[in-house]
Design a protein around this ligand. Structure first.
Ligand SMILES: C[S@@+](CC[C@H](N)C(=O)[O-])C[C@H]1O[C@@H](n2cnc3c(N)ncnc32)[C@H](O)[C@@H]1O
Length: 184
């Protein structure tokens, strides 16, 4: 509880970049990590590591040979993420717009994002969604938690998008999206 309050204070103090008053709930964690597989190796990317709650949930679920690249832009959150000691995790102190500098196009199995896309300027948001979509393999999932439904926005970058309302405060909507890419 003490940790939760500390995180909530940091999130609220930095609301301009976090777009949140607290970390996402366990229900959101469970919903958004559902395409993390424990029985097969995957390349997983996370956008917006924050204090690492989702990062830890992904690491708990993922296969021993899988790799997780977690992007976080906020200086103050990097040392907190660095407390997570796991050789499968690479913490990238950079914007999610830079994803293709760290992973190859069509290489990512699953991309999980808790970025506050609603408050990120449109040009940057479009860059994030476009580069995120390019990083994914054929039928690789992009799962994004938001406080409002943004299906139209997602359909600009993904052919398929379903939205799952999920318990959280404030209420959250997990968007699960993917593309069928032509074989390379
Ligand atoms: C709503 S918080 C989510 C934190 C945590 N993952 C959770 O589930 O509660 C969004 C996080 O995205 C980070 N962020 C915002 N813009 C970013 C960007 N362009 N690239 C990478 N991280 C960004 C913020 O600093 C913040 O830590």
């Amino acid at each position: 509880m003490k940790e939760y309050i500390k995180t909530a204070i940091k999130m609220t103090t930095n609301i301009g970049t976090t777009g949140a008053i607290s970390e996402f709930s366990r229900f959101v964690e469970k919903e958004i990590t559902q395409y993390v597989h424990s029985d097969k190796m995957q390349i997983i990317v996370e956008f917006g590591g924050g204090h690492g709650n989702m990062t830890r949930a992904i690491l708990e679920r993922m296969h021993a040979d899988s790799l997780l690249f977690t992007f976080e832009i906020h200086d103050e959150f990097i040392p907190i993420l660095a407390e997570i000691k796991d050789k499968r995790l690479a913490i990238i102190h950079a914007s999610a717009t830079e994803v293709l500098k760290y992973v190859a196009p069509n290489s990512v199995d699953f991309l999980i994002s808790t970025l506050p896309l609603n408050i990120i300027p449109k040009e940057i948001r479009e860059d994030i969604l476009q580069n995120g979509a390019l990083s994914l393999k054929n039928k690789g999932f992009f799962s994004q938690a938001l406080y409002i439904k943004r299906k139209e926005m997602m359909l600009q970058h993904f052919q398929t998008c379903t939205i799952v309302p999920t318990i959280n405060f404030p209420f959250a909507f997990v968007h699960h999206c993917y593309n069928e890419k032509q074989s390379l």
